[in-house]
Design a protein around this ligand. Sequence first.
Ligand SMILES: [Zn+2]
Length: 238
Amino acid sequence: MYLEENELKKYYDELANNHELYLKEYGVKIPGFKRGEKYIRSSLALIYLYINFKQPVKKEDLTDFVLQYPTDGTSGDVQAGRMLGKQSGWYIISGKRGDPECSHYNVNSGEYCLISVEEPYPNFDSLRREIELTEDDWENLKEDYDYRCATCGSKEGEKNYRYGNITKLQKGHIDPNKPLTIVNIIPQCEMCNAIEKDNFVYTKRGRIRKISNAKFVLKSNKKVKEEMFELLKEDLKK
Ligand SMILES: [Zn+2]
């Protein structure tokens, strides 16, 4: 398979977009596209895996694809499949490594498979550790919010606007499905944090953006549930 530069770039841009939206916050790294006239090997490998999304790719085929272009590497061996997963955090499973998903995707030894462009490789945490919250970070974050709850605006140590008790700020998740790291925290008062717990994804300004717990829809009345059912059927067909 040979793709022209504009086609390669189209796939690369899709990957870069997903990286920006979903993967960057986990510390996943995306290789550059080109350096001068030469392609970056690992980006070609990533593109090839992406074209074969959720399908096993033989290391020889990956190598053949990459080496038909002028690249930044010199050796005849392309290690990119392994490196992209283990070191850069892309969710690429390896038959040789024996990742648990291999049987599901029929990935054998000597094969790789990219299985998500929205989730990082499980437990990939090179940067996650670095972006864990220290006490200083937490103080700075509260200061950015003028020591107010991102959701209701009540100020720490003062009377809560909504509930009347004294406001104490807590670390609220922006997205409860992601780890509580510095990029995923807003200050929330005890009440906002407790009442809306885990059901929603927030914006940095403390506004609800989407549902994060599917069971929450069960609280809706029958008419809304039926509408939701129809909407989801349509949406999932896409
Ligand atoms: Zn609040």
